[in-house]
Design a protein around this ligand. Structure first.
Ligand code: ADP
Length: 262
């Protein structure tokens, strides 16, 4: 029964996804056709004064449609994960440069990383994408700028803590992005994982960020938690199961140790 429920929830998400896609796409195609029709009219009339404006309208709508399909492709690609063992802290460190360049100087980034970090088994590009998306959401919630904290911590969930997260007891890496932004109303929190749910102006938000993050985390065996207070800020936490085994970093160390001294 649980499997059937999960299946029907999945179908519902797919329905929302295709419905939302059809709607957004239709709007963009309409803008392109109208732009081209007006262009044709002006060419017939040999009036070239606002030709540039109509061309621009068709072009910008076309590029937005391209951006939309790219996001959708990324969304459907979450079916084909290629899990690799990584140390969460190393992944965060490797992303700091691109994150700070993406967010700009008004966001002060701090990190809290464990000194003896555990590994997780994840699709690395998807996890990088998830982290970047969380940081972009944090920046969008702080239009005047402010502090953002990225943390990765080793946590052991037992008893109530595991039950509250609806996840089996055990070792996890908690990757969290914390902002001091607008926060979210309870009604917004309820909907954030739905594909295409966004409160951002048209053209700025796709509403796919958190639904992709949710899909990625669940498929990696983890869980997502949101803690948000209106006017105070938001913390989004990804709990990813600890991976015990050889990681790429360990493998490199061992080869170095095994290598004959020169
Ligand atoms: P998008 O960012 O394109 O809107 P998301 O799925 O990432 O799509 O987010 C959905 C909505 O959740 C946002 O439009 C916003 O209302 C809310 N949200 C997400 N992250 C935050 C945050 N850190 N602070 C406040 N609101 C947020």
């Amino acid at each position: 029964a649980e499997e059937r429920l999960r299946q029907s929830q999945k179908m519902e998400a797919v329905g929302q996804l295709t419905g939302g896609l059809a709607h957004d796409f239709n709007n963009l195609l309409t803008a392109i056709s109208v732009g081209l029709e007006l262009l044709e009219l002006r060419i017939d009339q040999r009036r070239y004064d606002d030709v540039g404006r109509y061309l621009e309208m068709a072009q910008s709508s076309a590029s937005r449609a391209t951006a939309l399909t790219q996001r959708l492709l990324a969304f459907s690609r979450r079916q084909t994960l290629a899990p690799t063992p990584v140390v969460a802290d190393a992944l965060v460190r490797g992303m700091l440069d691109i994150i700070s360049r993406t967010l700009g100087p008004s966001i002060a980034i701090a990190t809290q990383l464990d000194s003896d970090p555990w590994s997780v088994l994840v699709d690395v590009p998807q996890m990088e994408n998830a982290l970047l998306n969380l940081c972009i959401n944090a920046r969008d919630a702080m239009p005047e700028g402010g502090p953002l904290t990225i943390s990765a911590a080793n946590v052991t969930l037992q008893g109530e803590a595991a039950a509250a997260l609806d996840t089996p007891p055990g070792d996890y890496v908690r990757l969290a992005v914390k902002d001091a932004g607008t926060g979210m109303e309870a009604a917004v929190i309820e909907k954030v994982f739905e594909p295409f749910f966004t409160t951002k102006p048209i053209g700025q938000g796709t509403g796919l960020g958190l639904s992709m993050i949710y899909g990625f985390t669940r498929q990696s065996g983890g869980q997502v938690r949101i803690d948000s207070q209106v006017g105070q800020g938001t913390t989004v936490e990804l709990y990813l199961p600890r991976f015990i085994g050889e990681t790429a970093a360990n493998a490199v160390q061992e080869t170095e140790q095994d290598a004959p001294a020169t």
